[in-house]
Design a protein around this ligand. Structure first.
Ligand SMILES: Nc1ncnc2c1ncn2[C@@H]1O[C@H](COP(=O)(O)OP(=O)(O)OP(=O)(O)O)[C@@H](O)[C@H]1O
Length: 224
């Protein structure tokens, strides 16, 4: 088991405090869900841990090793799925895979993953949103990072691909720790082991949908 430990995380933009003294832990074998209304800092939190947004303060440790924020990307221990696509739209899927996986066996893992044969000849820009998000997750998930930060893996995705993505994430958590955020709360709660909500700069643990109502993320009554 590997442990990602983030402590003393503070972030403000100008005079506006976004996240105050946040701590969190994620183990390999675990998926953690992050909720919060628009603008509460969910994406910022993931980018701070990945190192692409500079923190006012943050300590990041993986097991006993401290990783400075500026060294997170080069350490190749934490990966990040941004909200927007990062793949070249004009390339066919079968041309994109070798860009990330020079080794033939590694490429095969992607090519023989469920569904990929149905869209490998298509250009990235012509994929459905579900196919595209799944391909991105397959690529990120098959690189060797221990921890994945995923920003909205389910948003606007057709139901069939949501299921394919959920199955992939459950498989990936066998060897990785995953922190994800998405407003599709039912999909998130279906696969997460722990959850929290960001509210007014703080992090509050969530046990179920009722807690999401209590903290004014959902309106009641919640159908069960
Ligand atoms: N580069 C920036 N400069 C100034 N303010 C910013 C910047 N990036 C984000 N913010 C502000 O920080 C706050 C948190 O933004 P963030 O994108 O993390 O929210 P979020 O919880 O992910 O929202 P959403 O659910 O809409 O994706 C928002 O008020 C946003 O306007």
């Amino acid at each position: 088991m590997d442990l990602l430990k983030v402590t003393n995380l503070n972030k403000s933009y100008g005079k506006k405090s976004i996240l105050k003294n946040i701590s969190l832990e994620c183990k390999t074998g675990e998926i953690i869900g992050v909720f919060g209304r628009n603008g509460t800092g969910k994406s910022t939190l993931l980018k701070l841990i990945f190192g692409t947004v500079k923190a006012d303060s943050i300590q990041i440790k993986i097991n006993s090793e401290t990783i400075h924020q500026k060294d997170v990307i080069s350490s190749k221990k934490i990966a990040y799925l941004p909200q927007g696509t990062f793949l070249p739209k004009e390339q066919k899927v079968r041309g994109v895979i070798p860009l990330f996986f020079p080794n033939g066996d590694d490429q095969d893992k992607i090519f023989y993953s469920p569904q990929v044969s149905s869209f490998e000849k298509i250009k990235v820009g012509e994929l459905s949103l579900g196919q595209l998000r799944y391909l991105e997750l397959l690529i990120i998930g098959n690189l060797n990072h221990l921890f994945l930060m995923l920003d909205e893996p389910f948003s606007m995705i057709e139901p069939i691909y949501k299921d394919v993505i959920k199955n992939l994430l459950i498989k990936l958590k066998e060897s990785k720790g995953i922190i994800l955020t998405d407003h599709y709360y039912n999909d998130v709660l279906e696969i997460t082991d722990k959850n929290f909500i960001l509210k007014e700069t703080e992090k509050i643990q969530i046990m179920n949908k009722d807690d999401l109502v209590k903290h004014e993320y959902l309106r009641c009554p919640v159908l069960k």
